[in-house]
Design a protein around this ligand. Structure first.
Ligand code: NDP
Ligand code: 8X3
Length: 260
């Protein structure tokens, strides 16, 4: 096991769910955190909580980035204008992502499709393209991509979301192949059902519909996923956990779940 103390960890989508849980566990490990998302107010609150609860030693250990990963010029300038002390990113957690809608493909909403593809695929690519060269030059680094069980199994009405997560799987595999011969590691985590803001976002704020997704079963929490991310990041440098599928005990496949 390696120490995470003072390693610089950039987490996209840190304002909620899995990303916020990753911030907490890496803070506890002594990491320096770059927390990125569009909702800066939520990042501010999280940073205060990390300090107040003593998870992080001081506010100097946290750097907040108001960032929409879909905006390539902004991603480029955010990475290039990081203060000197924050430039040498050790771990990139490409977590920002979302689903929008649950519709038959031939009835799908173009704006929903574009939002998913722009965020889950292109945003992840932009972050990777601007950050990984520094890792290669420094001879150290780790990229953790948050994929999904949906990238392995397409389910009815999941079409474009599933395609975007299948792309994350292909990109993770491709990146791993292209980084072979460098010490930079690539991990893909593929969770099943995790109760976060995810379903609220999918159903455009319909809380009732969102709640039904997890009705009668015990879903994963953001902390469950963050635990696994942390495990992967703390293995010895010669160990690369390429891929992990984690699901609730109540879930067997993307569509086969046990509800009480
Ligand atoms: P949440 O909705 O709770 O969190 C999503 C995060 O992504 C938020 O912090 C949001 O921040 C951020 N985000 C969304 N769009 C953008 C953007 N354009 N630029 C920057 N940040 C953005 O959901 P989860 O925590 O569940 O989702 C995290 C990841 O996990 C996603 O990639 C999701 O696909 C994946 N996943 C989720 C599963 C689940 O069942 N919940 C299962 C498998 C995978 P903000 O709105 O402030 O920008
Ligand atoms: C999130 C899990 O099954 O809702 O990626 O697509 S699922």
């Amino acid at each position: 096991m390696i120490s995470i103390q003072n390693q610089i960890v950039l987490i996209t989508g840190a304002s909620s769910g899995i990303g916020a849980a990753c911030a907490k566990i890496f803070a506890r490990g002594g990491a320096k955190l770059i927390l990125a998302a569009r909702r800066i107010d939520k990042l501010d609150r999280l940073a205060k909580e990390l300090v107040e609860t003593g998870l992080t030693a001081s506010a100097n250990q946290i750097y907040l980035l108001e960032l929409d990963v879909r905006d390539r010029p902004k991603v480029e300038s955010a990475v290039n204008t990081l203060p000197e002390a924050w430039k040498a990113i050790d771990i990139l957690i490409n977590n920002a992502g979302l689903s929008r809608g649950l519709d038959k493909l031939h009835e799908g909403n173009f704006q929903d499709w574009e939002e998913m593809i722009d965020t889950n695929v292109k945003g992840l690519l932009y972050m990777t393209r601007y950050i990984v060269p520094g890792m290669v030059n420094r001879g150290r680094g780790h990229i953790v991509n948050i994929g999904s069980i949906a990238g392995r199994e397409t389910y009815p009405k999941g079409n474009v979301y599933c395609a975007s997560k299948a792309a994350v799987k292909a990109i993770s595999e491709g990146l791993k192949q292209d980084l072979l011969g460098t010490p930079v590691r690539v991990t893909q985590i593929e969770p099943g059902l995790v109760e976060t803001e995810f379903s609220n976002v999918r159903f455009h704020g319909d809380a009732e519909k969102a709640k039904n997704v997890y009705q009668g079963l015990t879903p994963l929490t953001g902390d469950d996923v963050a635990d696994v991310v942390y495990f992967c990041a703390t293995r010895s440098p010669h160990v690369n956990i390429s891929e992990i599928l984690l699901v609730p005990t109540d879930q067997a496949t993307a569509t086969l779940v046990h509800r009480k």
